[in-house]
Ligand binder design. Structure first.
Ligand code: FE2
Length: 389
């Protein structure tokens, strides 16, 4: 890597000069630094940590055109995927995953957590094997063992899910709202925690991804997190049913989310398309309650979820896109809210990776440089940052 000098750049709250040499942050100075021969110089703007993607499905990425979702529903997406899954090969999964990871990196995302359907142990193994190569490309990859069709709905699914975790996944997944009954959904949550405890890994659910105001899995995830001391290691993705809860129950659950340290990851691109499909008008937005979660002090992340897959064909792997969608759907358009959304991508989105990398002297120079200083302008224009990895 050649040297870089960022003069008069905003880092956090401070204007500094920052030098990168040999892939490391060599110097951060309040005063301007004299350029060195051959250095690439950038003036002004903002430096942030790289973005993190907390929720995507690399096994299904770039497959959307092969099985278009005619009804637009989650259920048809799952049915189409189950047909495509039977045809997966190692080469195919690997090539699409690498292409998608490079799409992420080209938009400044250097940490990616992928769910992988445990219905294909081939895909699980392929993506676990890919972690080393991804790291060599400057991308940290985590793999979640995700039982797309549940673990209790049919014989054999639990065994495949357990086998996937044993292959070396970073987290145990689950889909409690898709199990046959409410009781089996709650049972699947407890089984996921049991399995995570056994292997010493994290937990990451697709949780209550429905418009059903009676879905009650999120509170069980929070209670198990508290009882088992799992705070900081549990993600609940989607949680769209929270949108439709009666307000008194939503308030209770949101308080529990904050207390438990469970991170709710909103996936606004997919959910605005997939949810509300059983509504006539008014048609619900299908987004979890980000403003109320924030107000209660709960952790929120923003996921892209789909990059041109059977559920949603329009993904770009640019994390500014779900951020842009979230601020619209959630009506999070005050200056403070938009700033919070932008900084979530380089901040709270890193929770599963142990927090964002520190940008200090001596640290590896994995960072983004934005020509524009203003987060609101970045969200509006969605430019491509200079990405050092
Ligand atoms: Fe998902």
């Amino acid at each position: 890597m050649s040297g870089y000098l960022f003069q008069g750049v905003t880092l956090g709250e401070n204007e500094v000069s920052l030098r990168v040499q040999d892939g490391r942050i060599a110097r951060i100075s309040a005063a301007p630094l004299d350029p060195l021969p051959g250095e690439q110089i950038h003036q002004g703007g903002r430096i942030t940590a790289p973005f993190a993607e907390p929720h995507v499905h690399l096994d299904a990425a770039l497959l959307g055109a092969r099985a278009p979702n005619k009804s637009g529903t989650l259920r048809e997406g799952i049915a189409n995927w189950s047909r495509l899954r039977a045809e997966l090969t190692v080469e195919d999964v690997r090539a699409r995953a690498l292409e998608t990871l490079e799409m992420y990196a080209s938009h400044g995302t250097l940490r990616v957590r992928t769910h992988v359907d445990t219905g294909s142990l081939l895909a699980v193994e392929t993506l676990i094997d890919l972690k080393t190569e991804a790291l060599e490309r400057g991308i940290e990859l985590q793999v979640v063992a995700f039982p797309q069709e549940g673990i209790l709905r049919a014989p054999g699914r639990q065994a495949q899910w357990e086998a996937a975790v044993a292959l070396g996944c970073d987290a145990v997944g689950g889909i409690p709202h898709f199990e046959r009954t409410a009781e089996e959904g709650w049972q699947s949550v407890r089984m996921a925690f049991d399995l995570a405890e056994k292997h010493g890994v994290m937990v990451d659910f697709h949780c209550d991804e429905s418009d059903d105001p009676g879905a009650r899995n999120l509170e069980v995830v929070c209670a198990e997190t508290l009882d088992r001391g799992f705070a900081g290691r549990v993600v609940a993705g989607h949680c769209t049913a929270l949108h439709s809860y009666p307000n008194p129950h939503a308030a209770k659950v949101i308080e529990l989310v904050a207390e438990s340290g469970v991170q709710v990851v909103a996936n606004p691109l997919d959910n605005v398309v997939l949810q509300g499909r059983y509504d006539s008008y008014p048609r619900r937005r299908g987004l979890t309650r980000v403003d109320e979660l924030w107000a209660a002090g709960a952790l929120v992340g923003i996921g892209h979820d789909s990059v041109q897959d059977p559920w949603y064909r329009l993904g770009t792997a640019d994390m500014l896109d779900p951020a842009y969608m979230l601020l619209h759907l959630g009506q999070l358009t005050s200056d403070a809210e938009m700033r919070r959304i932008f900084f979530c991508l380089s901040g709270d989105n890193h929770l599963a990776f142990g927090g964002p990398p520190e940008l200090v002297e001596g640290a590896r120079a994995q960072l983004l440089w934005w020509e524009d200083l203003d987060p609101v302008e970045i969200l509006r224009a969605r430019p491509v940052p200079l990405t050092l990895r």
